[in-house]
Design a protein around this ligand. Structure first.
Ligand code: FMN
Length: 217
């Protein structure tokens, strides 16, 4: 049973956080989820999903995943006295999704301006799993250097880059596949139906898909 910390910052791609949280909430491997949304994260969630996750209580989580959760605890980003601000709190893994270049820089430099940065700093000092899902394009040398610095410290850098080898038909397909990849890295079980199992044209059960594949190549 895992305790997972999720940070949402003000990069584009808040839909990934929304989907991941919904899955983690349902996952039997996960006993608790500590959630923090940065100030800019609140803004971007509003812009991209039309949801207001500011304030406290159960309403923001309900708005975000569409139901109440007895696993997800929302902490204000300003609360540097929250449980996850201490290394003595045993969080198994932390993921910042999406991760802005600003929060990435803060974490890379050890500056803790809000609870997301502080919790990430704790994961680093305690040598626990930290996953960042950066989203920006193009990337400048500062962004790249910060990512390299963090990768060398053992941080998993998993850019929000959707893949197309599973023939996604909708945005939902892209988000679902990517959120499953994140769950793999968090070490929680899930049912992914779109794992790569070799080229479709080589799979006898999929003659229709094989045709589709041929048309794509
Ligand atoms: C609609 C919107 C989209 C944004 N997208 C990105 C993005 O993809 N990547 C990024 O690094 N910053 C992006 N930003 C800028 C960040 O929100 C800004 O740098 C902010 O200070 C990040 O703060 P935080 O890391 O504390 O959340 C975006 C801002 C807005 C309003």
């Amino acid at each position: 049973m895992r305790k997972i910390t999720v940070g949402i910052t003000g990069a584009s791609g808040s839909i990934y956080a929304q989907r991941l949280l919904a899955h983690l909430d349902e996952c039997p491997d996960v006993m608790a989820i500590d959630l923090v949304v940065s100030q800019a994260g609140i803004r971007v969630v509003r812009e991209e999903l039309g949801i207001n996750v500011s304030g406290a209580g159960t309403r923001p989580v309900r708005e975000l995943i569409g139901r109440d959760s007895d696993k997800i605890v929302l902490h204000p980003a300003s609360d540097i006295g929250a449980s996850i601000a201490s290394g003595s709190y045993l969080s198994d893994a932390m993921i910042v999704v999406p991760c802005s270049m600003s929060s990435l820089a803060m974490i890379a430099s050890g500056v803790t301006r809000d609870l997301i940065h502080r919790a990430a700093d704790c994961m680093l000092k305690e040598n626990r799993t930290l996953i960042l899902v950066p989203r920006e394009t193009p990337l400048n040398a500062i962004h790249l250097e910060n990512m390299l610095k963090l990768a060398r410290l053992g941080v998993r850098i998993i850019p929000a880059m959707p893949s197309f080898y599973h023939f996604p038909q909708t945005i939902d397909d892209l988000v679902e596949h990517f959120s499953h990849r994140l769950m793999d890295h968090l070490g929680v079980t899930h049912e992914q139906k779109t794992r790569w199992e070799g080229s479709r044209k080589n799979r006898p059960e999929n003659n229709k898909d094989a045709e589709k594949f041929e048309n794509h190549t």
